[in-house]
Ligand binder design. Structure first.
Ligand code: AMP
Ligand code: ZN
Length: 111
């Protein structure tokens, strides 16, 4: 089981920001902004590269819910949503996740 599937299963503790039947949001263990939350589907999808017509409904739901998660976390002045996909993007956990970064003015560069 991957590390994020273990978090979903409760085998590894996390600080939850949002949870429902299909998805989980929890605080990143190594925050890169004052608010740094990871949003994941409960279904194991390896990365953005594995999104297809069979599993994209959960991706839509995640994006419908991100504004609510950001607001509940206290972000009031904008945020960045990032998904690292594959080796060149430095994806370290091979379970689809979207980083929500906010709570301060972020870097103008992304790459
Ligand atoms: P990425 O590099 O885009 O694959 O992002 C993986 C993220 O998962 C990193 O920002 C890590 O800090 C975070 N992470 C790894 N293990 C945990 C954990 N047990 N709890 C919370 N965040 C984690
Ligand atoms: Zn997984």
């Amino acid at each position: 089981m991957c590390i994020f599937c273990k978090i979903i299963a409760g085998e590894i503790p996390s600080k939850k920001a949002y949870e429902d039947n299909d998805m989980l949001a929890f605080y990143d263990i190594n925050p890169q902004a004052p608010v740094h939350i990871l949003v994941i589907p409960k279904e194991h999808i390896p990365s953005v590269d594995a999104i297809d017509s069979q599993n994209s409904a959960i991706v839509a739901k995640i994006f419908e819910t991100i504004p609510e998660i950001a607001k509940a976390a206290g972000i009031t002045n904008g945020y960045r949503v990032i998904s690292n996909c594959g080796d060149d993007a430095c994806q370290t956990v091979k379970h689809l996740h979207f980083h929500i970064l906010g709570g301060k003015p972020l870097s103008e560069t992304m790459a």
